[in-house]
Design a protein around this ligand. Structure first.
Ligand SMILES: *Cc1c(COP(=O)(O)O)cnc(C)c1O
Length: 372
């Protein structure tokens, strides 16, 4: 069986992890953590980056930094992973779910303004499949209504909007290095901070509410409890693993893009005939080849496609179930219908895409689909 995802090791992960161990500093914020953070800051232009133990953690840090109070409203697409909403719900926020666009699962920027009330505090665009939301529109709405923007860039490493790196445009952003993403450390994540106001506090929240990071830099001569926070930073062993991945970022991305483009070329004729839709990258966005998906015409057609691929030895999967219909949130949702989110819930399917996937497998998967 060819799985839909397989974690790729670049070769030096164990070496750097051993180096971290033999250096004798295993806790966080050491050499490898700093190497990774500097890499991101310099390559992509974040004001500041902090590694976290997951994207969920990074989103929780964002919710704390936004100073969410019970009853504050946060606008989030319904078609996303649980953590996007959960991080804000834990601070007492009311989630106002936005629908996706008809053309792709990103939230519809033109529909945001109708969801804004005097209690709205934050907009959380999710760059689905690493493809940018229309950030100029979103930032303009946010500035007009004095709202914060937190980019859920979990899938969006090495992807751009009009030449700007995703995760550097909103006030804050969150990335994931979960083993299903392009760049991995098993579990892992990062918060990006692009607003001066949040720089100092982010480091304190990261370090259990203490100013230990300032103490390490020699800015203060003792450290103590100064704010809320948690233990959000990963150990050096995790950062060492991540560093080995980052050293090979371009190679990983090139390989994934080549496989993605193969899928696109081979499946385009069927999409043109109306058998299903394939991802279209908007003019303003780049493609980081995080995911190749199809949107089937019905739930039945998707069920059949997944079953047929499975019979041929290929695992294709669907994922998000609209959060406004989730067991946890359905009774708190305001009752608006979100038809596009529901359509992606029923009809979207992800095809296998990982570094070691063979081009022959892509060809075979496409021919199985063609013969449906
Ligand atoms: C993967 C993912 C997350 C969660 O990432 P973790 O690192 O597993 O916490 C959040 N949001 C989106 C959109 C994701 O794809």
């Amino acid at each position: 069986m060819v799985p839909f995802n397989k974690p790729h090791l670049t070769g030096k992960e164990a070496h750097y992890m051993y180096q971290a161990v033999s250096d004798g500093t295993l806790c966080g914020n050491g050499k490898f953590t700093k190497l990774c953070q500097r890499f991101f800051e310099e390559k992509y232009g974040f004001m500041k980056c902090l590694l976290t133990t997951s994207c969920t953690d990074a989103l929780e840090m964002c919710a704390i930094l936004c100073d969410i109070k019970p009853g504050d409203e946060v606008i989030i697409p319904s078609y996303t992973f649980v953590s996007t909403a959960l991080a804000f719900v834990r601070e007492g926020a009311k989630i106002v779910f936005a629908d996706s666009m008809g053309t792709n699962p990103n939230l519809d920027a033109d529909a945001i303004e109708s969801l804004i009330t005097p209690r709205t505090r934050v907009i959380v665009p999710v760059h689905y499949a690493g493809v940018a939301c229309d950030m100029d529109k979103i930032m303009e709405i946010a500035n007009k209504h004095n709202l914060l923007v937190v980019e859920d860039a979990a899938q969006a490493i090495d992807s751009y909007y009009k030449g700007r790196s995703l995760g550097t445009i909103g006030h804050l952003s969150a990335f994931s290095f979960h083993e299903t993403k392009n760049i991995i450390s098993g579990e892992g994540g990062m918060i990006g901070i692009n607003d001066e106001r949040f720089i100092r506090r982010s480091e304190i929240i990261w370090e259990k509410g203490t100013n230990r990071a300032e103490f390490y830099r020699g800015v203060v001569n003792k450290y103590g409890w100064v704010d809320t926070g948690s233990s959000f930073l990963p150990s050096e062993v995790i950062s060492a693993f991540l560093w080995a991945q980052l050293e090979n970022l371009d190679e990983i991305q090139n390989k994934r893009r080549a496989l993605w483009n193969m899928y696109y070329e081979l499946l385009k004729p069927l999409a043109d005939k109306g058998c299903f839709s394939i991802p279209e990258i908007p003019e303003f966005a780049t493609n980081n080849a995080h995911m190749f998906y199809l949107i089937c015409n019905s739930l039945d057609e998707r069920t059949k496609l997944i079953a047929t691929l499975k019979d041929n030895g290929y695992q294709a999967v669907f994922h998000y179930l609209s959060l406004h219909k989730s067991e946890y949130y359905k009774n708190k949702h305001d009752g608006r219908e979100l038809p596009n989110a529901d359509r992606y819930t029923d009809c979207l399917v992800r095809l296998p895409l990982f570094y070691e996937l063979e081009p022959e497998d892509v060809e075979r998967i496409c021919s199985v689909i063609s013969n449906l």
